[in-house]
Every structure is written in structure tokens, then in C-alpha cells.
Design a protein around this ligand. Sequence first.
Ligand SMILES: [Zn+2]
Length: 907
Amino acid sequence: MPRLPRTTGTFTLGAAAVVTLALAVPPALALPAAGAPAPDADPVPALVAGTDTAAPQLVTGLSDPAPGDPAPAALAHLAAHPDRYRIDTGELAELGSTQGPDGRRTVRFEQRHGGIPVLGGQYLVHLTGQGAGQKVRSAGGRYFTGLTAPTTPAVPAGTLRQAALAELPDPRSRDAATAEDLGAVILPGGGGRLAEHYTVRDPAAGTAREVYVDATTGTVALAHDARAPRPATAPATTATTADGLQPATGTAPDAHGRTAPVHIAKRADGTYQFTDLTRPAPITTYDADGRDAGDFDHVPVPADALPASSPTPDFPAATGEHGATDAHVNAGIVYDFYRDRLGRDGLDGKGGAIVSVVNASDGGKPFPNAFWDGSKMVYGSGPGYYPFSAALDVAAHEMTHGVVEHTADLFALGQPGAMNEGISDYFGNAIEATARGLSMDDPAAALLGEGLCRSGTPQACAQRRLDDHRTTDADYLGTRYEIDQGGAHYNSTIFSGALWDIRRTLDPLTADRVVYHALADYLTPLDDFTAGRDAVLSAGRDLGLTKRQLRSVAAAFDAHGITPGWQKRLGTDSRTLLQNVSNGMATPAVARGHWLILGDGPAGTGLYTGTVDGRGTPVRLSPEDGRIHSWATTDGTNAVWAAMGGPQGAGQEVLTAPLSGAGPVRGVFRSTSTAQQLGNARISGTDIAFTLTENGHTRPYLSHDGGAPVPLPVPEGHNASELALKDGLLAWNETWRDGDGPLVTVPTLYSVAAGKVTARYAEHAPAGTGPSSATSLTLAGGRLLWLDLPADHTRRATIRSAPLDGSGITDLLSGGSPNAPRSTALTASDQAVTYRVDSDKPAGGWTNAALPKLWQVPLTGGTPQRLSCDRGGQYEAAADQGTRVIWLDATTGRTDLVVRDRPAGTC
Ligand SMILES: [Zn+2]
């Protein structure tokens, strides 16, 4: 919907792991080249190569005989061309098929891996003709070749569920939270990952999150807000029954106080309710009566929530004031549009029940929002607004989310998320314009939600406008998924703007059919903008658009910067070292010009290493042994990391190997039980350190000169975390609680040669700054550095710098300075300290300028400067030598490992 869910977009300084998935990557195009096609060229590409897969994304222009039933004929066609498709048809399961008015058929298949659905793995085959004359015209989608992920979990179900619940930021809410198990799924990327999918609901916060837990490691692989389409598991049972109901007509005032005729139903007891039985799909509208929207989110309508009711067929004013009349009437208008204009029977295409809930609150407070929860629409209202159901474009937007879910099922994150929102906006406005008779030249036609406000202009009220002329080049919000579901709302008008231009250029009916055909018969869940462009063009050709019309369609996408390879035009201020580093456990390490990161490369998912100067090809360092290898660090010569899960069981192991790949991978330490947790692996020369957590107690371990690791002494009741190891010194953060007091943190320094603690920095906080904690310990340039993080997260952190003898702590950068850190991210070389500044969500919504940015300050102090002028979000920095830093950058709509060759400077 127009507005973000209630609780997303909050920004804390906590070190929450941000997880991403290989989504929305630009296709590695075989052809055509970037830019506008030649005037007489066919704008529909003949073949588009896949990304991260050997299977093509799109093959058009076919005329291959394929007689027989459509689904077996489609499979036989794919199987008959193994070199072209690279698809194991034994891994395809038919999801359904559609038939166009001219006999065109589309068969949609889902990819399975060992019987387990592959997230976003769908392939479609398009057929024309009948019986013996049937032919395949085109095929495409996303089929992930090279999957090697296990199909049975290595981690017990109870542990996976605990990991899903632990994704909630506030531990206090975990007791009351629930984790609904939606089954196993393979996450694509490299060899794929086996994950268990949960919907985690936090009743206290009124939130629902989709959480995918890696079933090999027991760690969260992907998590995102659930207020977005996903397969419905529990249809609203109470709404589907028409038992005992008789069709009737009545009247009801709408939200504006106008009396409208309504299709209602008479109950056995002689009273009336808002159930419209005049269509194959019964339409029922409930009044939440101010209950929390979360009570209706991804769950059946509670039995004690009732449809809007009246003792007589003439409904009272409150029915209108609560938004029930508008929701009810608008649901019918949307149903009729899809049936009459596009030949679709309801949201699910099968005449399934259509359910709306109005008058929902945000925990008793106003809820000026609306959402599709996977099986129904939920609407609220707020001061200054009409009920959100009163806007036909908003109702049509939410209902189109239902259509999307039952067709392309576009994933609710990143570019597919932006297309999901954009297509919902397109039909939201198209349905309103059609029903109200608005011309495409009417400026209000392009506004979404412009009628919701009780005062002010439509322009000021509108949540989005499809004529905002946003382009990828100028406006693409380059963020990871923690903000606006990866720009799903913000970036949507880049795509929907192109669709709206097409509706203005072609006649509206033709445009609606083309967009719908693209949605229903070409798009697949993980498609990006350029795949969306190809889908619309292919759909246009199917529907008989002339070449001139097709070129106008292509021109509309061109005008919004949606062209093959558009990311390259963004002109980033950095150099890419590794593309599409999407794994949520991927944090880069670097030293002496050699980097290391968990990635999805040609040799599968694993630790890859390469040089910062970009010479040579990245090579895989970790063995292919079924385990996840992550949390790596390096001293520039050797790497150390943790291996988790795998066929040997859930135990963890600390491993080390030379970066050159020339030496063996050596085990340093292996945990003996699943109750033990290894972490913080560090290496410096012949010393390796790590932490072992057991029974809630975390201790540092040290392996000196290749010897067996030994635990270092930490007082009873104290924990050690956040190790830093450099040149014979090991730093850790010692934490404990004095009685009921706050958690005490003390940076502590241990000398490997002396075999004892040599310095404790109890005065870690600047004087008079209130409660705070030390974090992000770093050894660099003969100093110990850390962030002093104020308990009040709206304040900035101070960078503290101390000599190694424990004396004379100074503020390298005070939290009171402009551009001081706002995050827990700190990394340093012998010359410079680099940190991240996060911003709160701007009042007008997220902008690239407000996304996390990296700043750098000399180790000797000075004025901080932007490390990079890249437009989008910058994350996970790691300092190399001098002022050189590598980081994960999301500017281009995917997350790349990058470096900047010039020193920091003002942007
Ligand atoms: Zn939406």
C-alpha cells in the first residue's frame, strides 16, 4: 500500500544482521546491447540469457510443433532442447495454466529441488494452436541450474524455530511471539541453500515477519516484513460460506455520506450483512470495530469479527463512516474490471471469496493505511483521512496485490517488490480511471490515493503519482532490504511510470491487456526491471501490437531508464571487486591488498578471495564439504573462519588456510556440542584467536604458534566478546553485570608474549556522557580504538582512541561532532578510521542521501570526510592499508563488494 507498514523503516544503531538474497540482479544479457534499439529493430529480444543460471531467461520467436495436452507438450519441448534450456524437466511441477481469448496458452511450472520448492524458480512455456497443430512460441522464466543444496535439514526443527524467533529485535517479545512453519524452501544463489520458512508474529509490536532460517547452519538467511504478498496458507474460512444467506439489495451511506445501493445478503434470522452474492466470487466486508490490524494479518478473520450488519436492508451512517460501504462497492468494481476487461474471475482467477476488513486500528490508535495480507484487504483510517477503502485506486491497488500473488507472485523485495507495487499502482489507477471515466490527460488519473484526505489538494494528498518522471539513472534508491523492502515502494514509480506512459500512448484497453498478459503469462517472482520490460514487450507482440507500437512501448521503458544494463550508467564512485554479494552472512575482510568474503561464485557458495587491485580472478578458498563457511578474517597472508552445519552435524569448526590457496585447510578448533557457539575468529601471523560461548558464558581462546587453543582467563561471571588481534596483542570487550545495575563493558588488552592482561580501559566513555557501552574494538596504528555507544540511540557515538598501555584515552571524534558515527560499524588502518553514519527515515520518505554512508577520519584526528560519493547505501566496511577501504555497496540495486581508489573527499 501507499504507506509503509507501521513498524518497518525504524532505524536503530543496533548491529542487527542485515540479510539479503540473490534477488533483483541484472540479467547478464547475451543480447541486445544497452541503449535504444535501432529504429527498425524488433524491440522484443529473441534470447535473454539467465543470471546465475545456465537456463535462458527468455526465448522468443519459436514455432516448434508441440502436439498434445499443453503441460506434457511443454515439458516435452523443454526436454527436447537440453542444450538450449539446461532444464531437468523432472524438477518441474505444473503450477497452472492460463488460456487467452485467442487460444494462446501459458503453462507455468515451479522448480523443485529434491521435491522442495525453489524460491522464485518458475518457468513458463507459451503455446498457440490446438491439438496436432499446437506450437511453442516462446518460453522463459527463472530456472536455477547447478543447485547442490541438501534437501534434509542438518539442524533440528526446534532449533530452527528458535532461530526464527530470535530474529525479533526485542528479546522480551519472543515469549509471546509465534513462528508459523510454512515448510522447506531452497533459496537460490550459487548451489542454493535449504531453508525453513516461518512467519514470525509479534503480537506486542503488531508485526509479522517472513523469516527463512538456513537449515544447514541454523542462522537466519533472509527476513523481511510480512505485510506483502505471500502464499496464503489459511483462507478466511468464515467469509467463504454463503450458507443460510439469501441475496438482497439495500442502501448504505458511503464514507462521504452519500447513499449508495448495495448488494447484501439476508441472514436466516432476518437481519442483513455485507455479503454480495451476485458474482461467482462472494464479496464480504467485515467491520473490525477498531480492533488491531494485526488481528487480521495473515490469519483468518476471527470468528467474533462480523460482517457489517443491519437489522434492515438500509444500513446506518456508521457503516459508511467506518469505510465498509466503500470497501464493499469498490470490491465489486474491481472484480468487474478484471472479469469484463481481462477475462479474470476474481483475485485468485477461480472465483474465490473476496474479503475486506475495515475500521482496523494500530493497537487502538489510528491506522491510516491499508494492506493485502495474502487473502484479504485490511483498511484503517486516521485523523484528516477518509477511510482508506474510500479511495477506489487504493482498494484496487490492494486487490491487485491479490491478483499478482496468484499470477507472477512477484517477491516483495527489491526490484520484483517495486514491480509488485508498480503493477498494483497501475491497475489501481487504471481501474479508477475506467470506472470514473477519467481521461488519461486528467492529471488526477496518475495520482494514487489522492482522494483520501479530508482537506488539501489531491496532489498533496496523493501517496504516489505515476507521472513523477522518476528514472533509474536519477532516482533509483540503492538500498538493501532493511529500508522500504529494498525500495519496493520508492522505486515502484520508475516501473509504473513506464507502464502509465504506455497506457497514455496506446489506448488504455490495449495497455491494460498487455500489462495483464505480462503479469499473468511472463513475469516470475524474482524478475527485475529489465525482465519486466522484456515481459511487457513479449506480451505486446503476443497481442498483435505493431512494430511501431512495440517501439513506443520500448521507448516508454527507455524514458524511465529501464534498459538492459542500466546499472552501469549510474556512474558509481567505486570499483567493483565482486558482484552480487547477497548472502546475509557476507561480511568482507581485507588486509595487505587481499580481500575475503562469503559469496556465490561459479564454484558455488563459499569463501572467495581476490586482490584489491583487481588483478586475477577471485578464487574459492573454502572446501566444498556441505558446510557454510563464513565470518572470515585475514592478516593478508592467511585466513581464519568458521564452518557451520553440514553432513557431519551441527557442530562448528574454526578453520585456517593460506590466502594463496596453495596450502591445506587446517582445523584449529572444533566445538563438541550444539550447545557451544564459536565466534570472532581472528588471525595475526601465527596467532589465532576466537570466542567460545557455552552456558551463556563467552571466553576468548588463543592458539599461539600453531599450538592447541587454550582458554584465556576471564573472571567468573564475565564475558569476552568483539576480539581484535594484531601483532601479539589481543583485545576483547569484557562485559558483566553488577547486581541489578546496567551492563558494564571494559575494553581489555592481553599480551600474547606476557601471557596476561596488560591494560583495562574502564574509563571507556567520555566524561559526563551518561550510560553507554564500548563496542567495535579495533587495533590499528599502535592504538586501541572503539566506539562509545550512547544508550540513547538517537545520539551519535564517540570514537575513542587509546595507547596500548591503558593510559590517556582521547576522543578521536566526539559524538557531538557533525558527521560522527551513527552505527556500530568501525574499521581502521594504520592511517585512517572508517565508520558508518545511518540516518533516520526522512519525513518525506527514504532518499538515497539518507541511506547509510561511510565516513573516514585520520587516525591522528581531523575532519571526517565522505569515503565514497556513491549514491546509495554503503555497508560492512573493512579497512585495508593506508586510506583504502572495501565495502558492500547497494547503489546499483544489487549489493557488490567495491573499493574506491581515490582517498576520501567531500562529495
Ligand atoms: Zn502495495
